[in-house]
Design a protein around this ligand. Sequence first.
Ligand code: NAD
Length: 353
Amino acid sequence: MILVTGGAGFIGSNFVLDWLARADEPVVNLDKLTYAGNPDNLASLEGDRRHVFVRGDIGDQPLVEQLLAKYRPRAVLHFAAESHVDRSIHAPGSFIDTNVVGTFRLLEGIRAYLEPLPEAERAAFRLLHVSTDEVYGSLSPAAPAFTEEHRYEPSSPYSASKAASDHLVRAYHQTYGLPVLTTNCSNNYGPHHFPEKLIPLMIVNGLAGRPLPVYGDGMHVRDWLYVGDHCSAIRLVLEAGRPGETYNVGGRSEKSNLEVVRTVCALLDELRPRGDGGSHAGQIQFVPDRPGHDRRYAVDAGKIERELGWRPLETFETGLRRTVEWYLAHPGWVERAQSGAYRDWMARQYGQA
Ligand code: NAD
């Protein structure tokens, strides 16, 4: 049995589905179902007794302790977070509540669960903390990619809250001997990605004939990884990673935002051409840059490749094609994900409904 937090979100739901497709080890899934948690993502597991869904907050320590005592998982995989940088700029409070205080409560719950266990069981337990490369801050164009030794220089309330959670997790290893593993991954894309994030936003707006908003000059560079490859990295770190260690995960696939948007447009032009014969790229609109917008992130995934033999299966081109195809095949998912709350947010952010 494993316990996953945030398993109704983008990466968590992909992980749970992948996990159960590969093995019969059951999953307890603790998720608060914020705007980003979507039960639709798990609809295919309905009636599957290997999946126990619990709606709740990682910050509810008695609940965490109760679940740990009841299900006695061998590992906790911690995905739950407030994850959208733009939202963290407008309203940072929930990022501190969940990413910092929530992670602290989860750690305390795990500590209380492990304390009375025999040494061998304690040593075999794992907490895998899923984090981001954004904790390292911004890279200049020619600088080498982030290694695990790079100093933490977060720029947004989101990345600062994730940095704080990474430090807490590490401190629980140093102080209490909790067997923790941390992964710091670059930007993910793929199925179930909430349509406020760059790639799904471009697909959904592109199809609807709406503007495709690109921040500033569009030259912000990110490393992109297909979500299925992130999931395989997490599985590998869980089974073979060394407790106390951090593993950077990335696709060696640096792209400017404008390049990403143009590639999405080209795929849409091919797979779902516009009625007027024009290119979706004609919908691109540059909008004022956001404050503290990091110029470049790039991840050196050498350690996980060398030590654990991890390799991504998808290139950016193959992964993006799979992603666009998934959105085209799931209009009902898109429709339901775009709830009232989502529309309010889009209206505030981009002045559109
Ligand atoms: P997401 O926003 O899609 O999903 C987060 C999930 O956590 C949602 O289901 C939400 O309901 C749940 N949640 C939020 N607050 C909670 C709380 N207090 N208690 C219980 N559940 C709660 O996020 P995501 O993109 O799937 O990211 C998952 C994790 O991976 C996050 O920790 C994020 O920092 C990290 N990460 C994301 C990316 C990326 O590109 N998306 C890259 C690297 C790391």
